[in-house]
Design a protein around this ligand. Structure first.
Ligand code: C6P
Length: 412
């Protein structure tokens, strides 16, 4: 156990020592990084693992009959086991490495959808989905003659379960929903939704891009059929993610892409496919990133999800209370259960301008529709300014942000 934890509390100053990137000035001001929902920063151990791999172990995996290849393969597969344990999956073979949440969802929509969706079937998503959990379903529904239906939300940004009940029927084949919304912060009641989906014989896919570094995730307790996430939102490398799927379902699905690694035997007339997970991992993967991802998982595990969640909830409550007191500020997304995301509008100031002025003061936030355009339409807005916190953020950074915001608001 490292010294970045004291009892049940997060020692944020010690944690920040692992993140060199945070210790810089931007536009002459100390950086305040509040764009963690887009991607969070990487601890030194992740960066070191990338360098170490290329300096010492670089080799292609699963193919080689030499020491470096064996070493790289062993480390690569260690990460698969770490992901399995991290999300409570039954077996490491149920974890498929992908480019990220988007590719994981595309894999399911394309492979599962082509096999199991037919004319007249329905796929149910929610109003607050990221485009990555809308467009792949739209594409496959169009191709298969299925219909995409949408679960409504209330003003606070919570799914209305009574309405979901009405939308579900024996026609529903898939419920695809995020665990936590990247724009509103809402934490969705996945266990309940899984029960409701299964009661009509549908499968459930959970987009966990915004939950895995903030919330306890156990795919068995949640009883979900698929779970997707991205390493770069878990203090790990970009361009990497994973898909969890129940073995019984993955085995029935056809391959997503053809190529090396995903085959058993190939002739010009016929190909037999590899077992899971390799059936879904065509071509040389991002080996260094997968190996370094294990360090990111270790980082989260050392801190403990419960401690991270408790600390981030403190930041969320502190930031929300401060913002609510500022004139002309309206928070979008006021669900009872939220991850550490605050989206807001300022009357009379366009979010793009606000983002630019905050950047001039060294504060990084995201502005725009956050890849949730239908959600913006629901609130009749074009976009928001979004501050999202990670475990290395502090109350004093929130103070800096609030002072900057007030200063901008009084000027415009
Ligand atoms: N959201 C944000 O700023 P990828 O790009 O595949 O790693 O993740 C896509 C994705 C899917 N679902 C949710 C809920 C997400 O938040 C994201 C990524 C970033 O909110 C970039 S748009």
């Amino acid at each position: 156990m490292s010294n970045i934890l004291t009892d049940t509390h997060i020692d944020v100053e010690n944690i920040r020592k692992e993140f060199q990137v945070l210790h810089q000035e931007v536009n002459g001001k100390p950086l305040v990084y509040f764009d963690n929902a887009a991607t969070n920063q990487k601890p030194q151990r992740v960066i070191d693992a990338l360098v170490h791999y290329y300096q010492n172990d670089n080799a292609n995996i699963h193919r080689g009959a030499h020491t470096l290849a064996d070493r790289a393969t062993a480390k690569f597969e260690e990460t698969r086991k770490a992901v399995q344990a991290f999300i409570g999956a039954n077996e490491a073979e149920e974890i498929i490495f992908t480019k990220g949440t988007s590719e994981s969802i595309n894999l399911v929509a394309s492979s599962w959808g082509r096999k199991f969706l037919n004319e007249g079937d329905e796929v149910l998503i929610s109003t607050m989905e990221h485009h990555s959990n809308i467009v792949p379903w739209q594409m496959i529904c169009k191709e298969r003659g299925a219909t995409l239906k949408v679960m409504p939300i209330n003003e606070a940004g919570e799914i209305i379960l009574e309405e979901v009940e009405k939308l579900l029927s024996e026609k529903t084949k898939m419920v695809a929903v995020n665990h936590a919304s990247n724009t509103l912060g809402t934490i969705n009641p996945i266990e309940k939704l899984a029960k409701m989906a299964h009661a009509v014989g549908a499968k459930i896919l959970v987009d966990g891009a915004q939950s895995t570094s903030h919330l306890e995730v156990n795919v068995k307790d949640l009883n979900v059929d698929f779970f997707a996430s991205s390493a770069h939102k878990m203090y790990g490398p970009t361009g990497l993610g994973f898909l969890y799927g129940k073995r019984g379902i993955l085995e029935k699905m056809p391959p997503y892409q053809g190529g090396g690694e995903m085959i058993k035997d190939v002739s010009f007339t016929e190909t037999t496919y590899n077992d899971i997970p390799y059936k879904f991992e065509a071509g040389t993967p991002s080996i260094a990133d997968v190996i370094a991802f294990k360090q990111a998982i270790d980082f989260i595990n050392e801190l403990g999800k419960e401690n991270i969640a408790a600390y981030e909830q403190e930041l969320l409550a502190y930031g929300t209370a401060q913002l609510m007191q500022i004139d002309r500020v309206r928070i979008i997304g006021t669900a009872k259960e939220k991850v550490s995301v605050i989206s807001f509008e300022v009357e009379g100031i366009h979010h793009f301008d606000l983002g630019m002025w905050l950047d001039a003061k060294g504060i990084a936030v995201r502005t725009g529709h956050h890849c949730t355009q239908p959600l913006m339409d629901h609130y009749c807005i074009e976009g928001t300014t979004r501050a999202s916190f990670a475990v290395y953020n502090t109350k004093s950074e929130i103070d800096t942000f609030v002072v900057a915001l007030k200063d901008i608001i009084t000027k415009f």
